[in-house]
Ligand binder design. Structure first.
Ligand code: ADP
Ligand code: MG
Length: 282
């Protein structure tokens, strides 16, 4: 499958501090790719480099098959959407006027504004000035702006960090729809549930290095332990090994009609991250 992003041996130093050490990864067309790591691990730095807001110290980056150095042109900007913390919204303008300004800049029909506002749950607030909005609302306006032109490639830096669970869920549904319609998504998060929910593959970033890169399912399998838990009638729990003796035990309990549930003990992405790095994600 075609790669939308190719990053080879990326390094970024700030003075004598190296924030990104030697990072390589590819993102396929249509994928939702997650960069997962705790605060300070280099997520924002990576997104800023990929969106030409920061210059890499070393390494090779291709986006849409072209070197990043050639991508300053407006046709590239029209193909990508960016949500980072530096929102760039006009505080004195209404939500609608902010988005309308963006429409003119990017040749988008203004009819699209209300549709996108609906998807981020802000239609009722369309005529409110931005400076009156909460942090979470501003985050949703920034997201609306990032997806207004239906970008081919969307960069999201912790898109739901300021949101409550209800809005987070709605944003997740919106991002899934966008992805189903073909938008490739590069997302950073320290929220492992968000990554499980949205990402086809995740990279675990720790102190500027990728420590694992795979599908959430493969990672869970790789780090699952070798036991199975049976819940039996009478509120009894039995843990067996995934071997012949374990199979025999499960068989006997099933034969005696005692089994309520059986599940293998798979870790969450958060558990795996802690196991690998000794650090929690949040
Ligand atoms: P994350 O987004 O994962 O929280 P960042 O990419 O913001 O991490 O930061 C990675 C590291 O680089 C941190 O140690 C941070 O202090 C450092 N860093 C980021 N931006 C700068 C900068 N402009 N100058 C100096 N150090 C920076
Ligand atoms: Mg960050």
């Amino acid at each position: 499958m075609e790669n939308v992003i190719e990053v080879k041996q990326l390094v970024k130093s700030f003075g004598n501090k190296t924030a990104i050490k030697n990072v390589s990864f590819n993102i396929k067309k249509g994928e939702t790719f997650g960069f997962l790591g705790p605060s300070g691990s280099g997520k924002t730095t990576t997104i800023k480099i990929l969106t030409s807001q920061l210059k890499a110290t070393a390494g090779e980056i291709n986006v849409f098959g072209k070197s990043l150095n050639h991508l300053k042109d407006p046709s590239y900007m029209k193909k990508i959407g960016i949500l980072t913390d530096n929102s760039g919204l006009y505080d004195r303008l209404t939500i609608y006027d902010n988005l309308s300004f963006f429409c003119r800049l990017y040749d988008v029909n203004e009819k699209k504004i209300d549709e996108v506002l609906e998807s981020v749950n802000l239609l009722k607030e369309r005529n409110t000035v931005v400076q009156k909005l909460s942090k979470g609302m501003k985050q949703r306006v920034t997201l609306a702006r990032a997806i207004l032109h239906t970008p081919e490639l969307l960069f999201l830096d912790e898109p739901t960090s300021a949101l409550d669970p209800v809005n987070t869920k709605q944003i997740h549904e919106g991002l899934k729809k966008l992805n189903e319609r073909g938008t490739t998504i590069f997302l950073t998060t320290h929220d492992m549930q968000e990554a499980e929910e949205l990402c086809d593959r995740v990279a675990f970033l720790n102190q500027g290095e990728i420590q694992q890169l795979d599908t959430p399912q493969n990672l869970r399998l790789k780090y699952s332990d070798s036991t199975i838990t049976l819940l039996l009638k009478g509120n009894r729990t039995v843990i067996v090994q995934k071997d012949e003796a374990g199979a025999e035990t499960i068989y006997q309990h099933m034969k005696n009609n005692e089994v309520i549930s059986i599940h293998s003990n798979e870790p969450t992405l958060g558990d795996i991250f802690v196991q690998l790095t000794g650090r929690a994600l949040t």
